[in-house]
Ligand binder design. Structure first.
Ligand SMILES: [Zn+2]
Length: 216
């Protein structure tokens, strides 16, 4: 059974091989529709090539992020499949140029992606150079969650508060409702469920592995 939630900063981004990069280059200029819309006339990329590229992005993200939503931290076992998410929205009126920018790509649950975040703009309108943006929420590739959020709850991240003076912490909590009663009760219930069903054999093996210092 997987730990039910995890807030994590990501230290590596996905990379594209030469074939993938060539497809991305041929899709340009990007206007927002290239991700899942029709291929524009005159573009040499086939729909099959584009669809494979987008599918492979999800697989690559799963490798570095696991199955935890980047915003609420909840595992896909409890929230359904994770969706590919653009931190800065790829829509034409926002940041279509960053559609394939590795630092802009994460996985998020449907609730965080579709119900809460939608196409809200958390950048500073710099549309050419990604890193020139200042971000108003915690950015998983740039920021350290622990510098912006405080966690409480017997070894688990059940209660969440912003760190003093962290505007990004405040905004992230606000947008994704991380300190709402409903979310807090949900996390508490998940931990209960997790602890009751955890296989004691697993704990024994874990203690053995930790004792042997396989993890540093
Ligand atoms: Zn989520």
């Amino acid at each position: 059974m997987n730990q039910p939630f995890l807030y994590q900063s990501l230290r590596i981004t996905i990379t594209f091989n030469l074939v993938e990069q060539a497809i991305i280059n041929r899709l340009k200029p990007l206007d927002g529709s290239e991700w899942d819309g029709n291929i524009k006339s005159g573009c040499s990329v086939t729909k099959a090539e584009r669809d494979k590229l987008v599918t492979d992005i999800k697989t690559k993200l799963e490798t570095i992020q696991g199955s935890y939503c980047i915003y609420c931290g909840i595992h896909s076992d409890y929230r359904g499949h994770l969706q590919r998410e653009h931190i800065l929205s790829k829509s034409s009126r926002n940041y279509p140029n960053f559609m394939f920018e590795p630092r802009n790509l994460v996985l998020a649950c449907r609730v965080c992606n579709m119900d809460l975040k939608r196409t809200k703009d958390f950048g500073s309108k710099e549309r050419i150079k990604y890193r020139k943006n200042t971000f108003s929420i915690i950015h998983p590739y740039i920021d350290d969650f622990n510098r912006h959020l405080k966690f409480f709850g017997s070894g688990h991240q059940v209660l969440i508060q912003k760190m003093p003076y962290s505007r990004k912490g405040k905004k992230t909590i606000e947008v994704f409702e991380l300190d709402s009663v409903a979310r807090t009760v949900e996390r508490s219930g998940l931990i209960d469920q997790y602890e009751k069903h955890i296989d004691p054999k697993f704990l024994g093996t874990l203690a053995l592995v930790l004792g042997k210092k396989y993890f540093k």
